[in-house]
Design a protein around this ligand. Sequence first.
Ligand SMILES: Cc1cc2nc3c(=O)[nH]c(=O)nc-3n(C[C@H](O)[C@H](O)[C@H](O)COP(=O)(O)OP(=O)(O)OC[C@H]3O[C@@H](n4cnc5c(N)ncnc54)[C@H](O)[C@@H]3O)c2cc1C
Length: 366
Amino acid sequence: MPRPSVCIVGAGLAGACAALYLADTYDVHVIDAEEAASGASGAAAGLANPLMGRRANLTWRAAEAWGALTETIARARAKSTFNDSGVLRPTTEPKQVRFFKDAASEHPRWCDWWTADTLAERYPSVQAHDGALWLPRGGAVDVPAFVRAALVRARTAGATYTPRTRLLDWTPHDDGVAVHIESGRARTTQQYDYLLCCVGQGYPSLPALEPLDLHGIKGQTLTVRLNDAPSGLPPISGRGYIVPNQDTFVLGSSYEHEFADLQPSEAETQRILQKTSAMLPALERATVQDVAVGVRVKHDATNLPLVGPFQHPRTWVMLGLGSKGLLTAPLIARKLPQWMRASHRVPAAIRVPKALLPNSWTPTPS
Ligand SMILES: Cc1cc2nc3c(=O)[nH]c(=O)nc-3n(C[C@H](O)[C@H](O)[C@H](O)COP(=O)(O)OP(=O)(O)OC[C@H]3O[C@@H](n4cnc5c(N)ncnc54)[C@H](O)[C@@H]3O)c2cc1C
């Protein structure tokens, strides 16, 4: 039996994880307008933090998401890109002491409350308002390296990958999808059984995606070098975040809801240095080596990713990973082969809005 074919558009976290799982049962062809991890995935600091925000709220399906991340790292043979040492969350304001203590009593499997003395004993170079939350299940991933490793593994399973090839548009029909692409100056149309659109921050260039109500938030991260850096630090997330990466640190991040271009901003660089130095004063001596800019894509209505068939049974999307690509892309990707066989299995929380589902779509059978 010939395997169904799928064109995965976008080789960021979403497209690479999808290719890794779909390549076993589909003829997968991945295209990217530029190179792998050239969108938001190239700017991500790589924090995998299951208790996010000021109140340390547990992320969507956290246990499953953490399991999916570790499984996907193993499947991509990308262990060297993953630091699963835990995540430290120093308090940054008086109110957070209560929020973090509550989180520790509500989610004892996920986190411990550390007093200021415990923090000073374990990580004397880290400053907090008063104590910290310690997350043993958390860590950081070198996202571009992980994306590249996932693509290599997908190719070993038979997938093909073509960079510098842009999706222009698509035309669904009864038997599949005609995918219109541009490579160099050549425009062609290729036929696939399915299209899976994982274009991340490239969504504004595709007017067909407009009805999905996506919203972009520009962000930048810094790579800094620090002589005599304190050793053995875990990833730290407070006001801003600090991710140790071999002999450098990645610092983040800015959040710009209105922006005219994707140029880095010196003012944001200074703000990031200021807020991260408040947690790790040694960073006052850091020198900036690189600045990366990306756009987090969010679905305005739900704050969760958008997955599944969009307007036609053969045209699928995996978009809106927001600030949590590492805790959503693997979680979704490992279910995709099952969901693409039976689209009603896509959880209602992440399905595209009802009005944009294919006409033939039927709700979950009883
Ligand atoms: C500053 C910053 C810091 C972040 N930090 C973290 C973090 O610490 N932890 C975390 O989990 N998440 C983080 N994120 C979020 C994370 O980066 C995203 O959720 C994730 O990378 C999105 O992946 P994606 O594959 O959906 O999109 P993208 O990474 O944007 O990938 C989309 C790909 O599609 C390609 N493309 C676009 N349009 C087309 C087209 N028309 N045709 C062909 N190809 C196309 C692009 O070239 C790109 O390679 C951060 C994001 C930013 C911006």
